[in-house]
Design a binder for this molecule. Structure first.
Ligand code: HAM
Length: 420
């Protein structure tokens, strides 16, 4: 077979769909509980939107975007994250005139040219949500609470909630200067990536996963010690609200996130199983982004989690998800004449709301019954010459192999009576 799914992409096969449906249903429930409305944005946007928002110096913009020119020569990028598109739409559709904050969520495919491994793909899917238009730390607490409750509503356990504040435009420059000074004095044998980060994106030095860089990063100056007083007050209030909500947060001074738009609050949900690719979800404030994109200064905060990672963790933690409904009835037939009856009966059952499938082609009754067994369908309806003559069918319960002859006119009510 000459074609395979592109590297880093996967087919979400029918057996996987129960997890996806389960997660989607939890998404619908939680977003409704917290008052979010759904938005769907295009899969591609002007490349500039992401360069501007995610940030020139980030791994995403430097190495991971799928950017192409279309036939008119416009540079477009397959969405490498969801926040920028939501902000673009917020401005484009005048949502700044609505009561604030505007709360929007999405489930969307995301594209990043990354080195594929378990839980890391070149196409993945995110459930994300954004609350745009308020800087109240109570909103931060609500957004964090929703992320935490969502993961638990799925049945996931042994999670930690990590929190940091990385300050704002006012206080961050002094912090970055302190960080650079510290690394200049202490970072004798940094990894190659950190050497670049020191020049291009010093905050990301704290995020390095290389063993040799850990001691230096651990002892680095902490952003929390360099917050200006409005940021410190915001963070203090946020902690108070999180305490009120009983959220077991862990301060992590090395939590900085991989996108440049963040200000103040940043947070992540981590599962117990360690590993570079284990983060279940992350988010934070981005108070400057809407203005960056041409709007009035508008504070905002959001969160996103990868559906594939959620699904992986559901399996790792052996969370049982409900099976998807199967058709209730499989119709088999003995000959050409009864096949006509099977076609009519399948249509009649569906019209009556009973999910039914039928055999096709010229095959022995035995092989059709074998198919019914393989499909694990609850009932088989058998139509043969004798049944045609008497206006009946044979109804077979596949789990007990019990079968009885019933008038075709009573079939629907019999099936309804067994909840089909
Ligand atoms: P992010 O941390 O880059 O944040 O991605 C969010 C989540 O998407 C990750 O925690 C992870 O679960 C999943 N994810 C990311 N990359 C991959 C990948 N290559 N394969 C599988 N899953 C992946 C954002 O994208 C921000 N837009 C989140 C946000 C929303 N901040 C504010 N609002």
């Amino acid at each position: 077979m000459p074609y395979r799914a592109p590297r880093g992409t996967v087919d979400i096969l029918p057996e996987e769909q129960a997890y996806w449906r389960y997660i989607e249903q939890k998404v619908i429930h939680i977003t409704q509980l917290y008052g979010y409305e759904r938005i769907d944005n295009p899969v591609f946007e002007d490349a500039g939107l992401f360069v501007r928002s995610v940030g020139e110096g980030t791994d995403i913009v430097q190495k991971e975007m799928y950017t192409f020119t279309d036939r008119s020569g416009s540079p477009l990028t397959l969405r490498p994250e969801g926040t920028a598109s939501v902000c673009r739409a917020y401005l484009e559709h005048g949502m700044d005139n609505l009561p604030q904050p505007v709360k929007l969520y999405y489930i969307a495919p995301i594209f990043r040219y990354e080195r594929p491994q378990a839980g890391r793909y070149r196409q993945h899917h995110q459930f994300g949500y954004e609350a745009i238009g308020d800087d109240d730390p109570a909103l931060d607490a609500e957004v964090i609470d929703m992320a935490w409750r969502f993961c638990h509503a799925l049945g996931l356990g042994q999670l930690t909630l990590q929190l940091n504040s990385i300050g704002c435009r006012q206080c961050r420059p002094a912090y970055l200067a302190a960080l650079k000074d510290y690394y200049a004095a202490n970072g004798g044998n940094l990894c190659a990536d950190c050497t670049t980060r020191l020049q291009r994106n010093p905050l990301r030095l704290l995020d390095c996963k290389q063993a040799t860089c850990q001691p230096v990063a651990d002892a680095a100056p902490r952003s929390l010690d360099h917050l200006c007083s409005p940021c410190a007050e915001h963070f203090g209030n946020l902690r108070r609200y999180l305490e009120l909500l009983g959220l077991p947060l862990v301060l992590n001074h090395r939590l900085v996130r991989g996108l440049d738009y963040y200000t103040r609050t940043v947070f992540e949900v981590q599962p117990a199983v360690e590993g570079a690719q284990s983060t279940l979800g992350g988010g934070g404030r981005y108070d400057d982004l809407i203005a960056e994109l041409g709007g009035r200064p508008t504070p905002a905060i959001g969160f996103a989690t990868g559906i594939e990672r959620l699904s992986l963790n559901l399996k790792r933690q052996k969370v049982a998800v409900p099976a998807l409904p199967k058709p209730g009835v499989f119709i088999v037939y003995a000959d050409e004449k009864s096949r006509e009856e099977a076609v009519k009966l399948a249509a009649a059952l569906r019209q009556a709301g009973v999910s039914a499938v039928q055999a096709f082609g010229v095959r022995s009754l035995k092989s059709q019954l074998r198919q019914a067994n393989t499909l694990a369908i609850r009932y088989t309806v058998i139509i043969g010459e004798a049944e045609l003559k008497t206006g009946t069918v044979v109804l077979r319960d596949m789990s007990t192999a019990e079968q009885k002859t019933v008038p075709i006119s009573q079939l629907v009510s019999l099936l309804h009576a067994v909840n089909l």
